[in-house]
Design a protein around this ligand. Structure first.
Ligand SMILES: NC(=O)c1ccc[n+]([C@@H]2O[C@H](COP(=O)([O-])OP(=O)(O)OC[C@H]3O[C@@H](n4cnc5c(N)ncnc54)[C@H](O)[C@@H]3O)[C@@H](O)[C@H]2O)c1
Length: 339
């Protein structure tokens, strides 16, 4: 099994691309492992979990809360899980975020690894060590930065991914293209979601490219002092919309990216906002939503990227080049209102 290793500041992560779930038994001892998944992944792939000690959570963002953490911790105590125990999150971003969080706090931290099963988790959520939970409408407000020991990719999981979830994954792929990779942006313009989905080689290629792109950005700035901030393109408004309007993460950041592209026209002279909007539309993502700017700003003011009445907002200078602008909330509100 081919392994790529990425070193981060306190640990390193082994990536196993284009492999099979069955290889998990070569990475962790079944007797020490506790697999965490959700009901959709479990019901679609039940036979894969045979022989693994498995916790099955309800699916959906509502699960990413402290009550679920408490439930998992109680279960771990009941089976006398100790520091030799390894947690394996098998699922989308909700499962990887929560598994990483429990793994980081149980007994002050035990080993954990991920098998991402949604496109979004494969290209983004499982990578980079951010683990955490939501508190009410505040997304990922409580959490830690701690890297998994391994990431195992089996694209066969994607055969059961609903079409809306494919679109959500492409939202993060388009984000990466916008901030860092004009060549990938062109590739995405020439293709569409279905043609990539149906072509194993292209799909594997795009997943690996995005996983490596994010990993490199995190490697250079694990604790988000500079470059990693670019990965928040579309997320400032997106996160504020996500829980308030009960839309998915991918849909929310798609709308956030449209607004950020239009704001970029004014702040950097960015010329291709319509290209970004057209690409998101092509990949079946929403590009607008009716929302109450005051309500959204009440949530946005608790964004983790804020300090002293200002926020780091990500803009585009050109396709493939994002940058950070520090903006007072008042100015950002006006810019968004005018968009
Ligand atoms: N930690 C990070 O750096 C980071 C980055 C981006 C997003 N996130 C988080 O990730 C979450 C979004 O990720 P997501 O879209 O994967 O969410 P998710 O885990 O809710 O998965 C989306 C849906 O797809 C289903 N699903 C997943 N894999 C499937 C499969 N193979 N077959 C059938 N159904 C499947 C799930 O049951 C769920 O209903 C959000 O909570 C977001 O905050 C975290």
């Amino acid at each position: 099994m081919k392994k790529i290793n990425f070193k981060f500041s306190h640990s390193s992560v082994d990536y196993y691309f284009d492999t099979k779930f069955s290889a998990l038994r070569t990475l962790v001892d079944k007797r020490n492992a506790v697999v965490i998944t959700d009901e959709n992944v479990f019901s679609s792939h039940t036979s894969k979990f045979k022989g693994w000690n498995t916790i099955v959570l309800k699916s959906g963002e509502e699960t990413k809360v402290q009550a679920t953490v408490d439930g998992i911790v109680k279960h771990l105590i009941s089976i006398e899980a100790d520091r030799q125990t390894v947690l394996v999150g098998v699922g989308g971003g909700v499962i990887t975020d929560i598994t990483g969080y429990v793994g980081s706090v149980y007994m002050r931290g035990i080993n954990f690894g991920f098998v991402p099963t949604s496109l979004l988790a494969m290209v983004d959520a499982s990578i980079g060590g951010k683990n955490g939970i939501d508190v009410g409408v505040f997304k990922n407000l409580v959490g830690v930065v701690r890297q998994p020991s391994f990431l195992l990719y089996d694209i066969n999981f994607l055969t059961t991914l609903p079409s809306q979830e494919w679109a959500n994954g492409f939202a993060e792929v388009i984000k990466h293209a916008c901030i860092k990779d004009a060549t990938m942006f062109n590739f995405l313009e020439k293709h569409d979601g279905v043609s990539i989905q149906k072509n194993r080689e292209k799909l594997t290629g795009i997943i690996k490219k995005n996983a490596v792109l994010k990993s490199r950005a995190v490697q250079r700035d694990e604790f988000e002092k500079g470059e990693r901030r670019l990965l928040n393109f579309g997320h400032t408004l997106g996160h504020a919309l996500e829980n308030q309007y009960e839309i998915s993460h991918g849909q929310a950041i798609s709308i956030g990216m449209c607004y950020a592209s239009i704001v970029s026209q004014k702040l950097t002279g960015f010329k291709d906002a319509q290209k970004v909007i057209a690409l998101l539309t092509k990949y079946n993502l929403p590009v607008d939503l009716e929302f109450d700017m005051n309500e959204v700003f009440d949530v946005l003011k608790m964004d983790k990227k804020k300090s002293g009445g200002e926020i780091n907002y990500i803009v585009l200078e050109k396709i493939g080049k994002g940058s950070v602008r520090r903006l007072p909330f008042r100015q950002l509100k006006k810019l968004l209102n005018d968009s």
